[in-house]
Design a protein around this ligand. Sequence first.
Ligand code: ADP
Length: 504
Amino acid sequence: MSIIAQDWIAHHARISPAQEAIHDLASGRRFTFAEFDIRVTRLALYLQSLGVGESDRVAVLSHNDSDVFEIQFACARLGAIFLPLNWRLAVAELEYISKDATPKVMLYGVEFAEDALKVVQLAGIEHSVDLANGGESAYEAGIASATGDLPQRTNLMSDIWTVMYTSGTTGRPKGAKITYAMCVFNAVHCSIAVELIQSSKNIVFLPTFHTGGLNVYANPTFHTGGTNVVMRVFDPDEFCALLSDKELHITHALGVPTNFLMLAETEGFKDADFSNIVCLGIGGAAAPLALIEQFGAKGLKLQQGWGMTETGPLGLILSADKALEKVGSSGLPPLYTELRIVDDDGNDVRQGETGELLIRGPNVTPGYWNREALNTEIFTEDGFFHTGDAARQDVDGYYFIVDRYKDMFISGGENVYPVEIENVIYELDGVLENAVVGIPHDKWGEVGRAYVVLKEGANLDEGAIIEHCDAQLAGFKVPKEVRLMDELPHNATGKVLKHELPRE
Ligand code: ADP
């Protein structure tokens, strides 16, 4: 059965046109569903006039902005594919992604003009359009002058709405295909799990180029007909003030552990009244237990969730009433999601034992853009997706994410795959061998440390290695420390034994 993916914004514009859809804090712009619907239509007409049509990719390099959501919904109206880009990446990384996804147009925030235009040129992107957070720009001019009617189009649930790049174990980013079905089921799951209703107000501060910023709980809030409040970039003091602002009345937010660690450090936190909050979600990385308990003492139940770009993302969520009782757990799977925990041979482990978490359901990606060979490897024969995360269940069936099989660490909510950094360090002539690992860090959770063995007579020091990484990689991937070593520990087949590297 082919189910049609309905247009959420058009639907709510018909049913509750005067309801506020979006509030962009930086510019002060507030649009009702009726107004937002008109802007989305006009933007779709403008993109169509640039030649954007079915399946064309539309790249966006922007801080959080109500414009980014307009672009996402305008893509749906054209059957085009939304391609949000991570503004923390270096030009070389953006070039790689753009050559892989070949967008027809690049929309960019004016503060990223220099890098964006370099990428446009390097990747041969046909059109570029600047955005200025509501100010004078090609974007606003395009919306203002758009005319005509959009042809009626229907997207199917199985169609691709978004391609979102994640770094990978292969050392190069890969674009997860995100279908309408994934977004719809993720919205249904979030609504049930965290009580999203039309009067809900979600604040978005995680970057919308990540699934957390886009899909928890921003898109589910649009799906429900609630309001999204958009924070351009995260600022802990402002976040504290906004969360406790009784007039604004925020009810929902998702953050990574670093956001909440920073919130707890703000001056306002101790005396702030957060009584309007319905749900504070925490995910993207393991949450420190002390943090959940600290918030609990203030009457705030941080609900831990687990998910991936490839899983919608919601794959596990802890209900508010269990937030303290089951502290450390990421909860239970949502309604339409099946999970298994398996051993190396793919057999289910006994309850309580640790194994790899597998996931299946309509919220799971069909695969990666342009990676057909990989797309068969990531699934079991019966369609379960390999997460690369290690999990166990307690006696009540609650899931705990305990480790990772994939070589990855998480710095301030950003995933870092060491192989990508190791490859960049290998570009330096004097490097014989190197290995990168994540080491614990109070603020960022983990940061990178590189262990480097130099070739004889090489003229390299720690500073030069960091400088080289800095020129090639996003800041969060650049190792904070380099240790020069005489040799690295190896196993019999020559693989570096990372757990034997000195961690102090
Ligand atoms: P997200 O936005 O959820 O971080 P990504 O695709 O960037 O999505 O990263 C997914 C990975 O993040 C997971 O495979 C897992 O390793 C890690 N992760 C997410 N949530 C948790 C959690 N609650 N506990 C531990 N690790 C987590």
